[in-house]
Design a protein around this ligand. Structure first.
Ligand code: 13P
Length: 243
């Protein structure tokens, strides 16, 4: 099974228009698991605009971009996994670099993963990825393994790992095939070392209609996490049609 996840981040997407654009492209031939990760406001618009019966016809599902590490209580501005469950969120991203930059440590990300697991939110998508500085210092392996190790503990296992090099996010310059392959091998070797396999690995970072075919030629890839190119429903659907 291949995955394609749109990450709308905080962009103000016109959901109705997006869906119209998205549905204008025939993607019936691609056996894809599609998710839209949007903010809560968009999610409610999404639920309104998307007739419920379509949700079960391999059409996109909405997922959350973040969750609180806290269970419940006085945490202004945060959203708990229990609430995500109530609003039928089909999964959640944790560890996105934009949240790591904003203070999410490896430990906080682990706690967020625990909350999602406790409430049965699936898939849990763990993002990992290094900065350009780390890449240039040749410290990518140790850095990625550290991010992974601090999440995969006490039985917590994400359903999907997304490799998103920070230097490729929003820059229009995706990582090269060789670089993605090298990072995927680091992740796979880590999984092997802890006797786990079969976790889908996605790539994210300037995925576009121009480079999607090349990216999908990577043997180990199970899909993509798409930012800017997911904001236009038609472009995103045309990317989906390449799967
Ligand atoms: P871009 O596709 O805009 O580079 O964003 C990638 C990303 O951060 C997805 O989570």
């Amino acid at each position: 099974m291949k995955y394609l996840i749109a990450n709308w981040k905080m962009h103000d997407v016109d959901v109705e228009r997006w869906l119209e654009q998205f549905l204008s492209v025939d993607i019936s031939n691609s056996s894809l698991n599609i998710r839209i990760s949007s903010n809560l406001f968009d999610m409610s618009k999404f639920i309104e605009a998307m007739p419920i019966e379509n949700i079960f016809l391999n059409k996109p599902f909405w997922m959350a971009q973040d969750v609180s590490q806290n269970v419940d209580g006085a945490y202004t501005g945060q959203i708990s996994s229990k609430i995500l469950k109530k609003i039928q969120t089909a999964g959640c991203i944790v560890g996105h670099s934009e949240l790591r930059e904003n203070g999410d440590s490896n430990e906080i990300i682990y706690q967020k993963g625990c909350r999602l697991k406790e409430d049965g939110i699936s898939p849990i998508v763990l993002c990992v990825g290094e900065s350009l500085e780390i890449l240039e210092k040749n410290e990518r392996e140790i850095f990625l393994v550290n991010q992974l190790k601090s999440f995969f503990k006490n039985g917590l296992v994400p359903n999907i790992v997304a490799y998103e090099p920070i230097w490729a996010i929003g820059t229009g310059k995706s990582a090269s095939i060789e670089s993605i392959n090298a990072a995927f091998n680091i992740i796979l070797n880590f999984l092997k070392d802890i006797n786990l396999k079969e976790i889908p690995i996605l790539y994210g970072g300037s995925v576009s209609l121009e480079n999607i075919e090349e990216i999908l030629s990577i043997e180990l890839i199970s899909g993509c996490l798409v930012g800017n190119s997911s904001l236009d429903g038609k472009e995103f659907a045309r990317i989906a049609a390449k799967f």
